[in-house]
Design a protein around this ligand. Sequence first.
Ligand code: SAM
Length: 272
Amino acid sequence: MTTSAWAALYDRCADGYDPHVGHFAVLGRRLVDLVDPLPGERVLDVAAGRGACLFPAAERVGPAGAVHGVDLSEGMVRQLAADIAGRGTANATAARMDAQALTVAEGSYDRVLCAFALFLMPDPGSAARGFLRALRPGGRCGVSVPVEQLMPGDRAAMSDLFRSVALRAGPAAARRPDFGMNAGGLLAEAGFTGVRVVEEESAFVFADTAAWWEWTWTTGFRAFYERLPADLLEEFRERAFALLEPAVTREGLPATARTRFAVGTRPGGPGM
Ligand SMILES: C[S@@+](CC[C@H](N)C(=O)[O-])C[C@H]1O[C@@H](n2cnc3c(N)ncnc32)[C@H](O)[C@@H]1O
């Protein structure tokens, strides 16, 4: 999908983004922990969405620091600005910007974050080089990408269902983003040093299949759904629910995700 098509898709996802289990919120906080912003620092959160990284980063840098969230989706930026105002987060702002063509001053940030977005971009290399330029020498960047997207039930059976339905809808429906992209290699190629890659599995529990379905409509899954004719979408939903119902326990519907985090440093800082 093109950059503008992704932005338009996320406009439609923005209102009820990431409901029920807070999957992006949990993993955004994890990325912030790995990048470890310090009190008083300036942080750029690229493709900030509804602030999964921005809010924990704002807590860490405190009133003497600042976090600037940028995203290409107008809907996300509007909602994020409202969230920032609603929470009274005085040290954060939101603005519209393409991650692949950042218009921020060179060396103006101590930390750059980018969670769950590089794999959507046609030119992630440009984005990574922009992250490097945005950082001061010695500044640190952290990115995350999905290796296995959040999925309940039997992952292999669900993947087969996605594949078989997509193939019936035609080649456009079968196109997928670059899951498992080499985020560490991307940072190294862009010029980051000391690149460290961590891969983690995370577990979440949806209340039921309906909650999972609602969650998927606020994520990239929606791109797949919107390419299906109405009858095939309904067939997909029914077959997915039939596969998932046996997996529901007294606690709910368990789901897992596998995420790759990569952290690197702009060379040239003190002691480097
Ligand atoms: C899966 S969401 C992740 C949002 C947030 N980082 C999080 O972890 O919840 C992907 C986000 O990337 C944004 N995005 C996609 N392509 C972009 C681009 N080229 N520049 C800026 N933002 C982009 C979308 O608008 C969306 O908000």
